[in-house]
Design a protein around this ligand. Structure first.
Ligand SMILES: *Cc1c(COP(=O)(O)O)cnc(C)c1O
Length: 393
């Protein structure tokens, strides 16, 4: 048993692809503590600084006092408690859809939803850079998979033409993200909607890195582009900008009723802790308020500042306008990315190196995420440190 992974681990180490956990001895925030050392944190997806917000803490504590800690059963047995119902109502209202359903995580959301929507002989067409949860859900569904190069509408169209020819009466599901998690760029949603309509396909959009960041009251890219009605399945997570935990689907009554009956990760898993649902509701209440909208605009000020100050060679973005709170500095070589991350860490910054299989081999990068809670001096300090390093590159 001792040798169970020995060969694999050695192989990973040889390519600088081995991974290790780091223990935080503090709460999530713009400054965290690791190994007794304070670090300025440019690694989290807590874009609005809600993970440790007093409003969310208070909501969670109140729910624990009233409902306890564990939900005790799956949602369909006796695990549906008032905080879950309230969260789903709040989600549907906030997103402007008929209904909503929450899951234990974003990952579980994709894993349950995709196989409920399509099956063997149906076709899934997905973007090459889709998150692992979408890929795993797609594989689990047993549907025929076709991958199009990142944001490549021409290739997507030819897959759709093929799918319609071959599988006249079958379902076609397009899977993509509004903001890509390791690149920070956006999907061309308007064009995607046009194509999905032309070919009678369904569109599922993962808004994980867009909710809380993009669109009025942080409702995401579909809302920002006024395409709410045209995205059949709106997926998101409660664990990033919303500062809590869990995932959700927003859509029609029919869709939600279907998922309650068919999504296995929903049916066969204990309901999320009621306190987490209550905290997520508090996050949605906050986002819907004018104070929440001000926090989102403050995030955009920080995003703009980082975009302005990051050295051009550390940014690798084609567009001049920032598209999200995610920036990436593509280094290429895995070990070189690790070395840069560790050099930044000695300067007091936590900026993670992202490697295969999260991104393609040879496209290792530093992924920099900025939040509303970073003060300007820290953003400047990070950019100064990076500027020094890019000079030595
Ligand atoms: C983080 C993420 C998920 C998974 O959400 P969790 O709530 O963390 O499980 C799904 N999709 C994308 C694009 C993500 O970045």
């Amino acid at each position: 048993m001792r040798d169970l992974f020995q060969e694999q681990l050695e192989a990973l180490r040889a390519c600088s692809l081995d991974r290790h956990l780091r223990e935080l001895t503090s709460a999530q925030g713009p400054e965290i503590e690791i190994d007794g050392r304070r670090l300025i944190n440019f690694s989290s997806n807590d874009y609005l600084g809600l993970a440790n917000d007093p409003r969310l803490r208070k909501a969670a504590i109140a729910a624990i006092t009233e409902f306890g800690v564990g939900a005790g059963a799956s949602r369909l047995i006796s695990g549906t408690q008032s905080p879950h119902v309230r969260l789903e109502q709040a989600l549907a209202k906030w997103k402007g859809t008929e209904a909503a359903l929450c899951f234990s995580s974003g990952y579980a959301t994709a894993l349950g939803t995709i196989p409920a929507l399509v099956t063997k002989d149906d076709v899934i067409v997905l973007d090459k850079l889709c998150h692992a949860s979408l890929i795993d859900g797609a594989k689990l569904s047993g549907a025929i998979l076709r991958v199009f190069p990142h944001n490549h509408l021409g290739k997507l169209q030819s897959h759709l033409e093929w799918a319609r020819r071959q599988h006249l009466s079958k379902r076609i599901l397009i899977l993509t993200e509004s903001v890509f998690s390791m690149d920070g760029d956006r999907a061309p949603l308007r064009e995607l909607v046009e194509l999905k309509k032309r070919f009678g396909a369904l569109l599922m959009l993962d808004e994980a890195h867009a909710v809380g960041v993009i669109g009025p009251n942080g409702r995401g890219l579909a809302a920002a582009e006024n395409l709410n009605e045209d995205v059949d399945v709106q997926m998101g997570t409660l664990s990033k900008a919303l500062g809590a935990s869990g995932g959700y689907i927003c859509g029609s009554h029919d869709l939600i009723e279907g998922l309650i009956n068919c999504a296995r990760s929903f049916i066969y898993s204990t309901a999320p802790p009621p306190a987490i649902a209550a905290a997520a509701s508090a996050a949605i209440d906050f986002l819907s308020s004018s104070e929440g909208e001000a926090r989102r605009l403050l995030l955009w000020k920080k995003i703009e500042l980082l975009r302005r100050l990051l050295p051009a060679n550390a940014m690798n973005t084609k567009s001049s306008a920032a598209t999200s709170a995610i920036f990436r500095w593509i280094v290429g070589d895995e070990q070189a990315a690790l070395n840069l991350a560790s050099a930044l860490q000695s300067e007091g910054f936590l900026v993670p190196a992202i490697r295969y299989p999260t991104v393609a081999k040879g496209s290792a990068r530093l992924r920099i995420t900025v939040t509303a809670s970073h003060d300007e001096d820290r953003i400047r300090a990070l950019c100064d440190a990076i500027r020094k390093m890019t000079k030595h590159e």
